[in-house]
Design a protein around this ligand. Structure first.
Ligand code: HEM
Length: 224
């Protein structure tokens, strides 16, 4: 902190200053924590609803990792089903539905339209993540969207929860690692279910992010 302070005192034109430090901290906690934890909250809810999918994830965890060690990133290529489930949670969870606002810095031609310089543009990620020309069952939770006939993981061009282009999410790789390690660790230890008589609610709460309504869940410790 001291060396940063000295630098911006010495170089008043430097682009890194106290305001920048505050915004970087906001990025880490706001952009970085809320998005990932919200995705995991959707994941737990979908697992509690689709118990047969949860069981298949746990079978894969048991055969690839077992119960005696923690998951690691080296496991991911050997766990296509779990990888597909996490991708599907991100697709249908649609946590950042309208991306972040951008502004054109020059006149732009796109799809026969002219967008003048200085216009705010909000790319609609929802329209791509639920495009019926891209997804076999856009409105249904279906990990098969990311699996081929042999059960291998397949990438899909329309999977863009982190956006695309120059301003694509800076934390994408970190987020994908966090999601894999946390989701797998949770399902290695626990089975999630809805409390007796309670139905899972998938209607989201809408703000900058789409999050599940607060819910109660049963987390049952799996047998060793
Ligand atoms: C599931 C988790 C996450 C999702 C769905 C997500 C999604 C997004 C989206 C849609 C954008 C806007 C991109 C654009 O403007 O075109 C973005 C930007 C950004 N994200 Fe993430 N994000 C996630 C996790 C993270 C994490 C873990 C970090 C860092 C620790 C992070 C840091 C950032 C930053 C710094 C930007 C701004 C990039 C820029 O404007 O150049 N994100 N994210």
């Amino acid at each position: 902190m001291f060396s940063i302070r000295t630098r911006w005192d010495d170089e008043p034109d430097a682009c890194f200053d106290e305001g920048n430090l505050v915004m970087c901290s906001f990025d880490l906690f706001g952009a970085g924590t809320e998005t990932t934890s919200t995705t995991l909250r959707w994941g737990v809810l979908y697992m509690a609803k689709y118990t047969e999918i949860q069981e298949k994830v746990q079978e894969e965890i048991d055969s690839v990792i077992g119960q005696s060690r923690e998951p690691s990133m080296e496991d991911r290529p050997n766990m296509p089903y779990t990888d597909a489930v996490i991708h599907e949670i991100q697709r249908i969870g649609n946590v950042v539905p309208l991306n972040l606002p951008h502004v054109t810095n020059r006149d732009v031609q796109i799809g026969g339209y002219t967008i003048p310089k200085g216009v705010m543009v909000m790319p609609n990620l929802t329209s791509v993540l639920f495009d019926k020309n891209e997804w076999e069952t856009p409105n249904t939770f279906n990990p098969g969207h990311f699996l081929n006939k042999e059960g291998k993981f397949v990438k899909r061009a329309a999977f863009i929860p982190f956006s695309v282009g120059k301003r694509v999410c800076l934390g994408e790789n970190l987020a994908r690692m966090e999601l894999f390690l946390l989701f797998t660790s949770c399902l290695q230890r626990f089975t999630f279910s809805m409390p007796p008589g309670v139905e899972a609610v998938f209607k989201p709460r809408f703000s900058i992010t789409l999050s599940p309504q607060p819910y109660q869940i049963c987390a049952t410790l799996r047998e060793e």
